[in-house]
Design a protein. Structure first.
Length: 127
């Protein structure tokens, strides 16, 4: 049983109340200034266990959130790599097509917008 009182500043009164409760309840009681209450030893132990469990749950939650964040980052990295690989494959195909076209019809190829952008970035293919 936890008993609440207005804040008791007088340590003599705190001690007297603790002794009275201990005698009446047949269990050791202490004054807890944070809660401004008198608590038995078992209540203090229960509170400590509750706080420890809460801390453990919060730690588990932090770990789970970190794992989720790591998985999300890994997924995003994989997605970017796939996107980059797709772009490289398309770039390679366009480069090959423009190179073949340039060998057959160079004047038409350099006026083709796609091939022109490619040639401006990479230079003209070797003849």
């Amino acid at each position: 049983m936890m008993l609440r009182f207005n804040v008791i500043y007088d340590t003599k009164n705190r001690k007297a109340i603790s002794e009275c409760l201990t005698f009446a309840m047949e269990e050791q009681y202490f004054y807890d200034p944070l809660s401004a209450s008198f608590m038995s030893t078992s209540e203090m132990e229960n509170r400590a266990e509750t706080y420890a469990k809460r801390e453990e749950e919060q730690e588990q939650e932090r770990k789970m959130q970190a794992e989720i964040a790591a998985s999300a980052a890994e997924f995003e990295q994989h997605r970017r790599e796939q996107e980059s690989a797709k772009r490289r494959a398309v770039w390679l195909r366009v480069s090959e097509a423009c190179g073949r076209l340039y060998k057959k019809r160079p004047d038409e190829t350099v006026t083709n917008r796609i091939c022109l952008d490619l040639f401006l970035a990479t230079g003209l293919p070797d003849d």
